[in-house]
Design a protein around this ligand. Structure first.
Ligand SMILES: [Zn+2]
Length: 358
């Protein structure tokens, strides 16, 4: 049966992708001095790693990695993924962990992969973030600007057009069938994206907000600007677990909304927290603060190189190809060669102008 073969091929593809992810996780853990593997509870969509009693790191969804904190009476989740459908899958899988109600959502920052699942949570749920997140979601027209456009909004329709052309030109029936499966998956993503209703936090804070939920203390900390203008770090002082969002991933973060010098000093404050493990917005858990210092070095190097090229009159597009950050590939294996993400380099240009004209 062809359908059976397709399914087998899809399973094989999923295994391959899973294998790559596992290998990547092992590399990242080895390099970051990461903790031992955690017990795993596999949901239908999300994988939950049990980090401490009632604290789970959720991966495998569409968008950010999330955190689930089960308290005496209720549940707090950190970040909601890229679409309402992703968040509904997340909520369904959380029922495997607990039947307590989700009462609080924390958004670590405003980017789509952390907030566009917000609308899937009911009106009784408090969605909490730093003040800037509400400003961003209510004033930026987030679905018509970066990072949504090149990551999803324009990317998925372009991928669908491209797959259509490939299918029309393909003569091999097996390859054509595989392309048709990819097309179907991309079309399903497009349907999910059309369902997004950007939903801002309904509770905001400026510097610090503490949730006391039974015996659990959950600190929401704004340590300063960095990855965006309003990143929250979630700190569980009793468990010594920190959730750093994309302010600090275990890989190179998106740079398109960065405040670069402040980012480096804000990361110093993250290092001052006496955490046993950091659960980042992307990548894998890590314990060794060396990776934070290495990321600070990357940021400093990127800005130094881009500043020189800008001063020499080089356009941002060319600068993005000319910068060479391969010296940092030991800690960040996603750096495969010279060059950097154009969106980040353009942001460095704009940020240098802002800084110099202050
Ligand atoms: Zn993210």
């Amino acid at each position: 049966m062809l359908a059976g073969k397709w399914r087998a091929a899809m399973r094989f593809a999923a295994l391959l992708i899973g294998g790559v992810a596992l290998a990547w996780a092992a590399v990242a853990q080895a390099q970051s001095g990461g903790p031992d593997p955690y017990p795993v509870i596999q949901g239908k969509t999300y994988k939950f790693e049990k980090i401490a009693d009632g604290v789970y790191y959720a991966t495998g969804g569409f968008g950010s990695n999330n955190v689930v904190i089960v308290n005496d009476q209720d549940v707090v989740v950190v970040d909601t993924g890229t679409t309402p459908a992703a968040a509904r899958a997340f909520i369904a899988d959380i029922k495997m962990l607990t039947n307590k109600p989700i009462r609080f959502v924390v958004n670590t920052h405003w980017h789509f992969d952390h907030t566009d699942g917000n609308s899937a949570f009911g009106p009784g749920v408090q969605i909490i973030a730093q003040d800037y997140v509400r400003t961003a979601i209510t004033t930026f027209d987030v679905l018509h600007r970066e990072p949504f456009l090149t990551s999803q909004g324009n990317a998925v329709p372009a991928q669908i057009d491209d797959l259509g052309r490939q299918i029309a030109a393909e003569r091999d029936p097996n390859r054509k069938a595989a392309l048709q499966q990819q097309l179907l998956a991309a079309q399903q993503v497009l349907v999910q994206l059309k369902d997004i209703r950007p939903t801002p936090p309904n509770v905001t804070y400026s510097d610090k907000l503490v949730l006391h939920r039974g015996n659990r203390e959950i600190d929401l900390l704004f340590l300063g600007r960095g990855h965006t203008g309003g990143d929250t770090v979630v700190w569980l002082p009793n468990e010594r677990i920190v959730c750093s969002g994309d302010l600090m991933e275990s890989r190179i973060a998106y740079m398109g909304d960065g405040y670069f010098d402040e980012w480096v000093t804000t990361l110093d404050k993250l290092k001052n927290i006496d955490f046993a493990v950091d659960l980042p917005g992307h990548g894998v858990p890590f314990s060794d603060k060396t990776i934070i210092s290495e990321f600070q070095a990357y940021l400093t190097d990127l800005v130094a190189q881009v500043s020189k090229l800008k001063a020499a009159g080089v356009p941002a597009e060319e600068a993005a190809q000319r910068v060479d950050l391969t010296a940092h590939a030991k800690y960040f294996p996603q750096i495969q060669g010279p060059g950097a993400d154009l969106r980040g380099v353009k942001r460095v240009y704009a940020w240098l102008d802002e800084r110099d004209h202050k």
